[in-house]
Design a protein around this ligand. Structure first.
Ligand code: UTP
Length: 299
């Protein structure tokens, strides 16, 4: 049954975490600014929001926010230096990030958790459904996920989360969803638990960094106490939505089987760079040749 809902146009990108897994690189630079080949991770995320039709982007930043704001702003000095040299190709690259979308910023004073970061977006978002894209989570543009989640939200209302099946011994690293009905790539979520012990995990469905949320989540977040790790967890607020659909409609999950990289994790970050570099038309051929000989001769 297709219901009538406001069109989703706002994307919230939390990028205020401490990034402790990546120290010391993240001591003075947000982890979202770490380059993946030659673009900061967060630019891929903003590009994904824009290609899903979300042209109003709110970034939740914290300490070290300057590099993020500067990256999505004009840099007249650099632009005029490149223009004077006649380097149109690099000039276009510099201008690309500032022309992408209208980007707004809000500051999360204290990194009190992802749930708290999302709550900082409440005044900007208002009373309409919105998307959340984690700034350190890359979804390969060839495997579009957000468009599908928006479709599912338009069909069912409520909230939609992204799920990925992981090995049972990995589930303690993620939020985990209990599901009751499945229909193709869509599941009905009946409960959520943040980073469960494998023995207590209700499924192998891990929550990954894309959400389409009903605005009722804000009222729930306002009364959500700090949970696992002393942080205000988005998963805990979603658990309440899933348990009582009278509050903000149902919670569905879209099961994602495509390529995804957690660039906040050092191993996944390296895998993302190798894979994306191999696939690049400009860098790929040379890099693949080197990689092949490195693997066969030196490993
Ligand atoms: P993570 O769970 O990866 O936490 O956050 P983290 O603190 O950034 O990283 P580690 O674990 O210490 O290495 C997931 C996303 O939520 C944002 C992060 O910036 C990241 O994009 N986040 C997290 C916030 O914006 N605020 C917070 O208080 C916590």
């Amino acid at each position: 049954m297709t219901q009538s809902h406001p069109r989703i146009s706002k994307a919230v990108i939390p990028a205020a975490g401490l990034g402790t897994r990546f120290l010391p690189a993240t001591k003075a630079t947000p982890k979202e600014m770490l380059p993946v080949v030659d673009k900061p991770a967060i630019q891929y995320v903003v590009e994904e929001a824009v290609s899903a039709g979300l042209d109003d982007v709110l970034m939740v930043t914290g300490r070290n926010k300057r590099p993020l704001e500067d990256h999505f702003d004009r840099n007249y000095e650099l632009e005029s230096a490149l223009a004077n040299k006649g380097d149109a190709e690099r000039l276009a690259k510099v201008q690309e990030s500032s022309d992408l979308a209208t980007i707004h910023y809000v500051r999360q004073g204290d990194p009190k958790g992802l749930g708290h970061a999302v709550l900082c977006a409440a005044p900007h978002v208002g009373d309409e459904p919105f998307a959340v894209l984690l700034g350190d989570d890359l979804i390969d543009p060839r495997d579009p996920l957000l468009q599908r989640m928006i479709e599912v939200q338009e069909q069912h209302g409520g909230s939609v989360i992204a799920l990925m099946e992981v090995a049972p011994e990995q589930i303690h690293l993620y939020g985990c969803a209990a599901v009751d009905t499945e229909d193709g790539d869509v599941v009905r979520v009946s409960g959520l638990v943040e980073k469960p012990d494998p023995a207590d995990a209700p499924s192998n469905y891990a929550v990954i960094g894309r959400y389409v949320l009903d605005p009722h989540i804000f009222a729930i977040l306002r009364r959500t106490e700090p949970g696992r790790g002393g942080e205000i967890q988005l998963t805990d607020a979603l658990q309440q939505l899933a348990q009582d659909e009278k509050i903000g409609g149902p919670v569905h999950g879209v099961v994602f089987k495509g390529r995804r990289y957690d660039t906040g994790d050092r191993g996944d970050y390296l895998r993302a760079i190798v894979r994306l570099a191999c696939e690049r038309e400009d860098l790929g051929p040379d890099f693949r040749t080197w990689l092949r000989s490195y693997v066969t001769e030196e490993m």
